[in-house]
Design a binder for this molecule. Structure first.
Ligand SMILES: Nc1nc2c(c(=O)[nH]1)N[C@H]1C(S)=C(S)[C@@H](COP(=O)(O)O)O[C@H]1N2
Ligand SMILES: [Mo]
Length: 196
């Protein structure tokens, strides 16, 4: 596709191309859950484990960011407006213990990914329910999906139901199959074997 109007060529990470239509990529059977009874559990190495429902999450400070979305398969969707809450806002309610350094983020269907706690604490790491002014569709992770803009999209778990803090790094669904544990798009961290 030709360059997207208003985008600098430097906005595209190495090995990526822009696409217009946002595809759906789901490895598990999507969960069959009513959004109003949706809960998010914060577990593991926290002082106060907690469970919040969708309504309680929406009452936290709502933020909006506009960021590109990059899948490791090489497609990138430009300029997505995400609306949600910063994950750190939720984690600070649970109060992570000093030994917590890693996390596993899970969906009910068994998809999971590992993340550094410091990545979850970045202000741009969000749990979102709106995309470009409309509620996310169920296929894209409604009611709550993670967005980690600078990591490949396999880190952006759809239908997030649990964030568990750990003192060790455990690989998630794609990481067990050789995809990179860190997944930084700007350094092109696609596969573990790329490591020096
Ligand atoms: N729960 C869940 N989240 C997931 C996935 C998945 O299979 N299950 N796939 C990941 C991958 S590989 C990508 S590219 C993006 C795709 O998001 P989309 O389907 O909204 O485009 O979701 C990520 N989050
Ligand atoms: Mo992906």
């Amino acid at each position: 596709m030709p360059p997207i109007k208003g985008k600098d060529p430097g906005d595209l990470p190495i090995g990526q191309h822009w696409i217009k239509k946002w595809p759906v990529r789901t490895a598990e059977t999507p969960p069959d859950v009513d959004p109003e009874s949706w809960t998010l559990k914060i577990s593991g190495l926290v002082e106060k484990p907690l469970t919040l429902n969708f309504q309680e999450i929406r009452k936290l400070d709502v933020v909006e960011i506009v960021r590109d979305f990059h899948c490791v398969e090489s497609w990138s969707v430009p300029d997505n407006k995400w609306k949600g809450v910063a994950v750190y806002r939720i984690l600070e309610l649970a109060n992570p213990l000093p030994e917590a350094r890693y996390a596993i983020v899970r969906s009910p269907g068994g998809y999971e990914t590992n993340l550094l706690l410091e990545v979850l604490l970045c202000p741009d790491t969000l749990l979102v329910w709106e995309h470009n002014g409309k509620p996310l569709s169920w296929d894209h992770g409604y009611p709550l999906r993670l967005i980690v803009p600078d990591l490949y999209a396999y880190k952006s778990v759809k239908w997030v139901s649990e964030i568990s803090l750990l003192d060790e790094d455990r690989p998630g669904f794609w990481e067990k199959q050789g995809y990179h544990r860190g997944a930084n798009v700007w350094s092109g961290d696609r596969f573990e074997k790329d490591l020096p």
